[in-house]
Design a protein around this ligand. Sequence first.
Ligand code: BQF
Length: 293
Amino acid sequence: MQLIDGKKTADDIKREIAMEVEAMVADGLRRPHLAAILVGHDGGSETYVANKVKACEVCGFTSTLIRKEDDITEDELLAEIDRLNKNPEIDGFIVQLPLPKHISEQRVIEAIDPRKDVDGFHPVNVGRMSIGLPCFLPATPSGIMELLKRYDVPTRGMRCVVLGRSNIVGKPMATLMMQKGYPGDATVTVCHSATKNLEAICAEADIVIAALGVPGFVKASMVKEGATVIDVGTTRVPDSSRKSGFRLSGDVDFENVAPKCAFISPVPGGVGPMTIVSLMRNTLLAAKGEIYK
Ligand code: BQF
C-alpha cells in the first residue's frame, strides 16, 4: 500500500509556483493577484479562506480578502463581483461557498467573468472542460488528477467509480477521468443516493473516488484488492480531545480499507491541500493570460 501524500505534493507544487512567480517579477511583471469574497463567519469557510490566503503568501501572490456580513443582499454581492470583474489589478477571484440561503449560488457564479473564474464553476468553464477546451478546471478534481499523475496511478482502461454527483467534485471528476489521455481514459461510473447495488459496483472498481460527505462510508468490503482509493470527504466531526473541538473525517474507513489498496489518500493531508494548490495554479494561469488569450 502506498500512501498518497497530498500535503507533501502540494508543498512541492507551491515551491514550483513560487519560483515561477519570482522569475515573472524579475522580468518586470507584477505578482499574480487573487481576491476572495467571504460572506458570513462559518467556521469551515473561515478555515478554507485562511488556507487560500496563506497559500498565496507561500506562492508569492498578492491576495485580497473581502469580508461581507451574512445579511448582505444578492444585489450587493453581485455589485461587488462586478467591481472585481472590472478591476484590472485582480487576475482571478473566488466567492467562498456555501452562501447564505437567501442568495442564489448559481446567479453569483454566472456573474463572474469566466476569464477570472479561477474556481472553474462558471458554465463557460464547465462547458469548455466538458469538450476538452482550455479552461479553468475546478480545484478539487484538478488536484486529484495531479495526484494520480505524480504517483503514476494507472488509469487507462481502468474502472473508476465516483461516489457523489456534485457540480463541484463528482460531475467534473467523472468528466476528467473519462477524457482522452493520461490521467484519464478510464471507464467511469457515477454513484449517488439513488444508486442500487452501490457496494457491488464499488467492489469492481480499480479506482474509487469518494466525494459524498458521509464519514467512513467506504468500507473494506466495498473495495477490491489492489484498488486505488481517493478520499475527498472533509466533514467536521465533534472531537472533545482536540483544542478546536472537532476533527476532519474522510468518506473512507481508512484503517480497514488501506491494507487492501495499491494507493490510498488520507484525510487530512490528501486531497485537501491539492485543492488549495490547484486554485494557486489557476490564479497563475489567469495572471499569465494562458487560458483566454
Ligand atoms: C487537509 C470545502 C466542503 C465545502 C466547501 C487542507 C482544505 C481541507 C483539508 C481546504 C473545502 C475542502 C475547501 C485539508 C478548501 C478543501 O489538510 O486535509 C485544505 O481548505 N479545502 C473549500 O474552500 O470549500 C469547501 C469542503
